[in-house]
Ligand binder design. Structure first.
Ligand SMILES: *[C@@H]1O[C@H](CO)[C@@H](O)[C@H](O)[C@H]1NC(C)=O
Length: 309
């Protein structure tokens, strides 16, 4: 939906399914690591690019609220299974395997919507919230993700970058509905994110030990985004609280970005493009840390190193 993609050169400023004004983190990482063909070319291979969410329980009443209907991860791995066969046909089995194991990097960014559109939904998720402890909810998400990552490994995926969940309590949507001060974040969403992230870190360490040849890198998006939000003037931003595109409340965080939204003038001066997602300017900084940063932000190695192996 417009004006998403307004700064995305490859589409002439038209929306492409990316929920930001320009490039996503994955787009930028691709450009930093190698001279790759344009994004449309490898879109079919990069089934992880689009906004993901564990297809948890498939509850149609609750899933895909907030006007988005992201494709669940199970289905994305199904799609990759089909792409995998096409690669066999194209390159031959041996070369396809070699290519996937040595060259391909699988980017998995998942989880935020499970919290935002299920567990933290003010009214709809009350049933979930009272009947299920955060521990049980997080257990389900982690075990589901573990299964899907393992499936990818059986399909010859070896190099992964898995992003943890950002500081959900600091996004304009949460700050708006909970009416916190400009420099404050909402506590519960951040606690849930940190709890989930600790489990994710342990699970990836287990997979690194258990799955032959697997290299899972954890991108610490939580601390990265928090760094941008805390020190936003240092990075040239004017605000880390307001959404550039959106409406409602103190931070324009109530109504998602769409054709009738108000939009800021200086899109590169906002950490947040819309009530939920970082701007391209923020994504550029995040991508740089993930590619060349140290172990606080990307571990056990950065993507520059992962790519070279
Ligand atoms: C991929 O698809 C085939 C059927 O075409 C199926 O037998 C296999 O289990 C699938 N692999 C994964 C990892 O889903």
């Amino acid at each position: 939906m417009t004006p998403n993609g307004i700064d995305f050169a490859a589409s002439g400023g038209m929306p492409t399914g990316r929920f930001t004004n320009g490039r996503t983190i994955a787009d930028i990482i691709g450009g930093l690591l190698a001279a790759v063909p344009g994004p449309e070319h490898h879109r079919r291979l990069d089934t992880e690019r689009r906004e993901l969410r564990v297809g948890r329980r498939g509850d149609p009443e609750r899933d895909g609220q907030n006007l988005r209907e992201p494709i669940g991860m199970d289905l994305q791995v199904d799609y990759f299974n089909i792409t995998r066969k096409q690669l066999d046909d194209l390159l031959g089995r041996d070369r396809a395997r070699e290519f996937l194991r040595k060259k391909a990097i699988f980017s998995v960014t998942i989880g935020s919507n499970d919290f935002l559109n299920n567990y933290l939904m003010p009214v709809l998720s009350v049933g979930t919230r009272v009947s299920e402890s955060p521990d049980g909810f997080i257990d389900d998400l982690i075990s589901h993700l573990r299964d899907q990552l393992t499936r990818l490994h059986t399909l010859d995926a070896r190099k992964f970058v898995v992003a943890n969940v950002g500081p959900l309590g600091c996004i304009p949507y949460q700050k708006t509905i909970n009416r916190v001060d400009e420099n404050e974040c909402v506590k519960l969403p951040n606690q849930l994110a940190q709890q989930y992230n600790a489990r994710l870190r342990d699970m990836l360490a287990e997979l690194n030990a258990e799955l032959p040849g697997a290299r899972f890198c954890l991108a610490n998006v939580y601390d990265l985004v928090l760094e941008l939000i805390t020190n936003y003037p240092k990075y040239g931003f004017q605000t880390a609280a307001m959404a550039c595109c959106g409406n409602g409340g103190a931070y324009d965080g109530l109504v998602p970005c769409g054709p009738t939204s108000s939009m800021c003038d200086a899109r590169d001066k906002y950490v947040f493009w819309d009530p939920y997602h970082p701007s391209e300017a923020a994504n550029v900084l995040l991508a740089k840390y993930i590619v060349d940063g140290d172990s606080k932000y990307i571990s056990p190695m950065n993507l520059r190193k992962l790519y070279s192996l």
